[in-house]
Design a protein around this ligand. Sequence first.
Ligand code: RNT
Ligand code: ZN
Length: 417
Amino acid sequence: MNTRYESANEIYAKWGVDTDAAIEKLKNIPVSLHCWQGDDVTGFDHDGPLSGGIQTTGNYPGRATNPQELMQDIDKAISLCPGRKKLNLHACYAIFEDGEFADRDKLEPKHFKKWVEFAKERNMGIDFNPTFFSHPMQKDGLTLTSPDENIRKFWIDHGKACIRISQYFAEQTGIPCVMNIWIGDGFKDIPADRMGPRMLYKDSIEQILSEPFDFNMVKPCVESKVFGIGVEAYTAGSAEFTLSFAAEHKDKCLPLMDNGHYHPTEVVSDKIPALLCFFPEIALHITRGIRWDSDHSVLFDDETKEMAKEIVRCNALNRTYMALDFFDASINRIASWVVGFRSWQKALLSAMCLPNKYLADLQNSGKFTELFVKQEEMKMLPFSDVWNKYCEECNVAPDSSWFDEVMRYENDVLLKR
Ligand code: RNT
Ligand code: ZN
């Protein structure tokens, strides 16, 4: 008797889809797991609250409060997820030893040595983010756009320090490091000058990128945002600003799109192929906004599937740096990571199991009714059997039985913190 996978494999083969090949391919596609879901974007370099346009809500018990706890939690999460992982760090996760402290502008590679050891032991590359928030040197909510030159210089120096740290990560792991610049700078109410802060921002990023680095190994990005909490009227790093910046500095910078950062009826799935027409490489933050940039954990929902489809259909898996970016403090944080990571894996695998050439041919020959019918038909293919096989091969549970392990861990570890 055929196993369920064998029968699914045959059904897909009739559509010209090789599910074995899809499974093998996905095993080698890195997806960056963000450390900040584990501790509500707090980090280890300050005691203050999260500030600067983003917010976590909820007080589920068990948040990681030090590097050991965070590493232990990341290990638990990755053990429950199939596929290749990268580690995504923020500068505020520097690890200081023996009472030492360095402010953001003085950070050095040595403050991330422990993370490098952690990543290397797990065969992971590292992505990095300067932290332009949760810090007293934000003045009136501004960093790289501040009219106060002392403030702006502090943050430019932070950006430069982060370039050097990214270069160190890339050299140590042998894997390119994506370094993403996001600032929450903006205004709560109608500003009098919209261009001034943007000219300062442009100059600040140019200064940061003047720090030497190897563009084959360090991939600086600029992430846009339409608004933030407390900066509802204006953000300096708007979509037009960051996209134009990246286009003008293609030799050293990539655009990064976070799908929580657009007007609610705009979709990043449509923006991916648009950017791929112009940029050799692009970067993504994959998240789920509800009504606004609410940073909910990713689900296997329609727009998530649509984004994965575009990356696969544009043959751009090797041109797209994919990173997760969500933080929910109202549920078990490890479950949030695991559902988010697994959902994106499902989206990628299901996109790879579509007869994309056949469907494109229908479009190109003007058979729109047939395309309409067949695209609906695709939704009923036995994808879950392919997913189950992929998980088995990656030695993780195909179904939600991983949740028992999370609950055990909650009782044994998280609730004792
Ligand atoms: C904020 C941006 C940014 C952050 C992380 C923590 O709206 O999405 O990417 O989520 O840097
Ligand atoms: Zn983001």
